[in-house]
Design a protein around this ligand. Structure first.
Ligand SMILES: [Zn+2]
Ligand SMILES: [Zn+2]
Length: 347
């Protein structure tokens, strides 16, 4: 009898201590892994649960880089792998990542678009084969991804979008919609890019967003006529900073304090995207995965905010950009190349 009371006491003590411990001291850690113009964003909640958004290109190179970030974070598995869409630079690394780290749940938008099947079928087939090792979770806009300690809201999936404001977003009319100009639809703006799974992640007062390669006219749906997303502290440039994504109507409405671009030396980082992000009200800094060769020093950020300067994949040292966010909304960004870091106070 006495033992039983002791156990109840201990359980009660743990129950009381646990939430306080995770809320006070824990951070949401985010690794923007360098996959040279692809995407691979690893998030680790204070609960220890993890979400990897995209896996870079096929083969072992990007998978090794992701595994290195996971090892740095002390992870032995990926709880949720979100594949935004079935393009080479987003789904390609899935088999090799899953070979290195068990994946519990595979999140995606469902069936691939039929217009691009020729090029994407082998990638999709390899992914579906890999997916059998865990649970398949196709998601719709409005769904949540249940990571302990975080709110992860799916805001777009398969060309469907949320229709009501996220928790904490006022859903007010967006004055930037009036000057929005649609871009002509092309093969690239539709198809898989347009079907991207987009997520907004909240940890306490900190919010961030990752929209995969969602394109210009579709991003409009999330913020016009009303801004259903609210604001974010940290913005991952959509579509690697290509000018077919990231209209001011969404970027400026999100009012990011810090932006990170998952570009490569010769991919992404278009002038128009740069200008949009740089002119966003309240933006403090713009961090880059790579120095963009084409645009030169006029557009590239100061050296300490750029993680990689290698111009070819061969021998690229692939440094990450790491973010550690606290529940009060403050966060620190660190450049994996030189250790330069900067802390942004809670908003
Ligand atoms: Zn892409
Ligand atoms: Zn794409």
């Amino acid at each position: 009898m006495r033992t039983r009371w002791l156990w109840l006491f201990l359980l009660g003590a743990v129950g009381l201590a646990w939430p306080a411990a995770t809320q006070d001291g824990g951070t949401l850690d985010i690794y923007f892994v360098d996959v040279e113009g692809g995407a691979a964003t690893l998030m680790i909640a204070p609960s220890g649960e993890s979400m990897l958004v995209d896996t870079g290109h096929p083969g072992t190179v990007d998978a090794e880089r992701i595994a290195a970030a996971a090892a740095d974070a002390g992870l032995e598995r990926i709880d949720y792998l979100v594949t935004t869409h079935y393009h080479l630079d987003h789904v390609g690394g899935a088999p090799e990542v899953a070979a290195r780290l068990p994946v519990r749940n595979f999140v995606d938008h469902g069936l691939p678009t039929t217009t691009e099947l020729d090029s994407n079928q082998p990638l999709y087939d390899a992914y579906v084969e890999t997916r059998k090792s865990g649970r398949h979770l196709p998601v719709k806009a409005g769904d949540t991804i249940p990571i302990a300690g975080l709110d992860v809201w799916v805001v777009s999936s398969g060309e469907q979008y949320i229709t009501s404001p996220l928790e904490g977003a006022a859903g007010e009319p967006n004055p930037l919609c009036g000057s929005f100009e649609r871009k002509e639809e092309t093969y690239i703006s539709g198809g898989e890019n347009g079907r991207s799974v987009g997520v907004v992640v909240r940890f306490g007062d900190f919010r961030t967003i990752a929209l995969g390669d969602l394109t210009w006219n579709r991003e409009y749906e999330l913020v016009c006529p009303n801004n259903l997303l609210g604001t974010v502290d940290l913005y991952l440039t959509t579509h690697h900073g290509l000018s077919m994504s990231g209209p001011p109507a969404i970027v400026h409405a999100l009012r990011p304090r810090v932006a990170v671009m998952n570009n490569g030396p010769t991919k992404g980082g278009h002038r128009e995207a740069w200008q949009t992000v740089r002119s966003s009200p309240g933006l403090e800094d713009f961090w880059q995965g790579h120095y963009t060769v084409e645009v030169g020093d006029e557009f590239n950020a100061p050296e300490q905010f750029i993680a990689n300067f290698d111009e070819s994949r061969e021998g690229c040292t692939a440094h990450w950009i790491k973010v550690s966010a606290a529940a009060d909304g403050s966060f620190t960004v660190t450049n994996g190349r030189n250790g330069f870091s900067k802390t942004y106070a809670g908003s």
